[in-house]
Design a binder for this molecule. Structure first.
Ligand SMILES: [Cu+2]
Length: 146
């Protein structure tokens, strides 16, 4: 599991080389492995995005929902893992929060104005596959200019 986290972090760092601004916000999101204390609901769903900056925007949006305990968006799988307290929020609220930040989820389309405000390297392809299983590797990073 540590390896996965490390490689996600490495990918995030790679992403930053093309997205120069906003490098700092990244750190808080890479360690999200403890969620046993309360009755947490674990949820995974697809979210489109390109790079490490997308990751921080998406995770920040999801973290902003009350009751969300941890989030981790996977840049390769285009998938987010969220654990949250379902007495405080629900899946749709999380979908909507992410969509409001400009990103498409499986259930809610990203807000267009927010999308327009994203840095160029984050303007992901709306036809991108998402929530891919671990085996199928997407060839992102290269051909997703819109
Ligand atoms: Cu991005």
């Amino acid at each position: 599991m540590k390896k996965v986290i490390l490689s996600v972090a490495a990918i995030a760092v790679l992403g930053f080389t093309s997205c120069k601004n906003e490098t700092k916000k990244e750190t808080e999101t890479t360690t999200t492995e403890m969620s046993k204390d309360m009755a947490m609901t674990n949820l995974s769903f697809g979210v489109r995005g390109n790079c490490g900056m997308c990751k921080s925007t998406i995770e920040k949006a999801a973290n902003g929902v009350e009751g969300v305990a941890s989030v981790n968006w996977d840049v390769d799988k285009k998938k987010i893992d969220v654990s949250f307290d379902d007495s405080k929020t629900d899946a749709m609220a999380i979908h909507k929060a992410i969509a409001a930040s400009g990103y498409d989820t499986e259930k809610v389309e990203g807000d267009e104005e927010a999308y327009e405000d994203l840095p160029g390297c984050c303007k992901y392809d709306h036809d991108m596959m998402m929530n891919q299983s671990g085996e199928t590797k997407s060839d992102d990073h290269s051909n997703q200019d819109h």
